[in-house]
Design a protein around this ligand. Sequence first.
Ligand code: SF4
Length: 355
Amino acid sequence: MQNIYNKKFESIGIPPKKLATQFEKLGERRFRAKQVMKWIYSRNILDFEQMTDLPTELRLWLTENGKITLPETVEVARSDDGSAKFLFRLDDGKLVESVYIPDKNRDRNTICVSSQVGCKFDCAFCATGKMGFSRNLSSTEIIGQIYIVRQYIAQGGKNLTNIVFMGMGEPLDNLDAVVDSIEVLNVDAGFGIGHRKILVSTVGIPEQIEKLMNSDIKPKLAISLNAPNNRLRSKIMPINKKYPIEKLIPLVQKYFKYSKRWVTFEYVMFAGINDSLKFADELVRLIKDLPIKVNLIPFNEIDGFDFKRPDDRIVMRFQSYLLANSLVVTIRQSKGRKIAGACGQLAGKEVLNSR
Ligand code: SF4
């Protein structure tokens, strides 16, 4: 067999149809893709020689010409509550991070994964945004993070149940790789995780949400709102000047029709900035009767940032007001505060510190 690719044949993080086509171009049967995926994702075998249902010639060829690339684990910081932060080094030395978030009460084990090195969007409260943008991750690099954290979860006798694209970067700004990754996560020969257990969190980029709706995948969608009016939102999130709130609202309806799932509005709460009942009331008026859940996220304080975390009483008061007005509202549990466990905030901080 000739290596027509002029580079090593990457076998991890490639969606099934693409991998099958790549095998086909080598003169192999398409189902080889499924076989290799099962070895990698179900049996945790990363050595082509051990993939015994492949023909000997293909095994030898893959051993010489193939690769299964995983990022290097630089550090694992564990928190008392069971959450863990992983710092990974990619092939070109760039650093990204994933966070494992267990939830015993709901029997849920979530990985928060990065989709870019840095970020273009410069949200005022986010350390990743302060780093600027470096590059997109490939689907191999996204899946590699999940693969390693899943092994860690398995060592504790647990199963990975949920994925959130909420780490470093804006996932919809790297849509192709994110869609490819979700395919790998979703198919049985991959991780076998249902779309409703995969959440993509975005600042709200209308054309990218439209593109997502043109793909076959239907993950849950969360839009980082953080303010109920354009004046405040533009101060916190510069992207709002380009895509103000009124452009996002119709998309919520549309995404609901597409996915049959309510969209989440994330509302990071900052003391004295967006946590008063006046803002709660504005929020009620903005989204009442829409298929939207609100997730309140008390800010995890970061050194060098002026934003403060509101008092728990204030957060509860805000939630009560929304509940009293018939909204569906949750408060995100603060996992891993000691390791600065909020996705995005944490990754940026680590990378800034490592400079
Ligand atoms: S919050 Fe998300 S979109 Fe905003 S700067 Fe941070 S990583 Fe980028």
